[in-house]
Design a protein around this ligand. Structure first.
Ligand code: ADP
Ligand code: DP6
Ligand code: CO
Length: 321
């Protein structure tokens, strides 16, 4: 029963950054994302009673028990839920840098949940798949769908899942991913969001969540690029401000990250409208429209010569291959 699923990563415009329950990965806030066409994960799940051990192969390399722990625990959790216990092999390829703040865990656990369910012939709805993906990584909850997606925080395992806001947005929106550094980050997202919760700015930020979600949904339905950009930049800065003001302060920013932020600010002053958002890593994503895209790309190439630029737009939801 070998099944392969492809899931795309997503970039949160309104960020998820904190859990109500760490085992269930239910969040303290709702979040809203854009699924990306340029980055994805293909995962094949195979279970067989004749296998003698569990195996995780990532990008062609068999992973050590240590590096496999998170995925093994995840599959055991799912197997317990559905009453299975045979050994399995996971073979996955990331078409996205792993553990670098480009959301590999979002595409990874969305693809893994989907290939797991198909391999065991479970006939699950997208809502159920979204809940299962959440148990692997919070951001994966949203990668089940394409386009604009909201993860409604809910209040328990049953009520915390994503819903599609617009799977095929008719909106001129491009995302430029600036790969500043694709090395494995020192502080995982799971760890980073725990630390951030000790910031005095954390609670006031969470209190604003309902309003921020309502505002971005309005901006999406109004096709208001400016408002979407402003709200996205604000949410990213709120998150990174909590990191900087945590009891043990930290930041994912590198010098090149700040350079990219300043470049976006300068471009805006010159009337070239664009906004940035940054996840748990040093890489910067610029939101822009087609009209300005070429000019922004050449400005980035001039200012940040070592940075690789990946052009992305809306991507699809998870599919079985
Ligand atoms: P990112 O910013 O890339 O999402 P995270 O810290 O959130 O970084 O998650 C990285 C973790 O996700 C990895 O340590 C690994 O456990 C898991 N992961 C990444 N890619 C895969 C994959 N293709 N299959 C299974 N697990 C993966
Ligand atoms: C900054 O989903 O990677 O990208 O749930 O612990 O696996 P875990 O964390 P993860 O965190 C993502 C954080 C973020 C914002 C977002 O995607 O909403
Ligand atoms: Co992640």
């Amino acid at each position: 029963m070998k099944k392969t699923a492809r899931a795309h990563t997503n970039i949160a415009l309104i960020k998820y950054w904190g859990k109500a329950n760490s085992a269930l990965k239910t969040p303290l806030m709702s979040s809203l994302s854009m699924t990306l066409d340029a980055f994805y994960t293909d995962t094949t799940f195979n279970h067989d009673s004749s296998l003698i051990e569990d195996t995780f192969i990532l990008n062609g390399k068999k992973q050590t028990p240590e590096a496999s722990k998170r995925v093994f625990n995840y599959i055991h959790l799912l197997q317990d839920r559905f009453g299975f216990n045979d050994h399995f092999t996971i073979e996955s390829t990331n078409h996205v840098p792993t553990s670098a703040g480009l959301a590999s865990s979002a595409s990874a656990f969305s693809a893994l949940a989907t290939s797991f369910a198909a391999s065991y012939d479970l006939d699950l709805s997208k809502k159920e798949l979204s809940r299962l993906a959440r148990l692997g990584s919070g951001s994966a909850t949203r990668s089940i769908y394409g386009g604009f997606v909201e993860w409604q925080k809910g209040n328990d395992d049953a009520s915390s899942y994503a819903i599609p806001i617009d799977e095929h947005p008719d909106l001129d929106l491009s995302l430029l991913a600036l790969e500043v550094d694709t090395k494995q980050k020192k502080i995982s997202s799971t760890e980073g969001m725990k630390l951030a919760q000790t910031s005095p700015f954390y609670e006031p930020w969470i209190k604003r969540n309902k309003q921020e979600i309502a505002e971005i949904k309005q901006a999406i339905s109004d096709k208001d690029f400016t408002k979407i950009g402003e709200l996205s930049e604000l949410s990213a800065n709120e998150m990174h401000a909590c990191n900087l003001t945590a009891k043990e302060p930290f930041t994912y920013f590198e010098p090149e990250t700040i350079k990219a932020i300043k470049l976006v600010e300068d471009l805006r002053k010159k009337g070239i409208e664009c906004y940035y958002t940054i996840d748990a890593g040093p890489n910067v994503k610029i939101l822009c429209t087609l009209r300005n895209r070429k000019e922004i790309i050449s400005a980035v190439q001039k200012t940040l010569s070592n940075v690789k630029i990946v052009v992305a737009s809306f991507g699809p939801g998870v599919t079985l291959l």
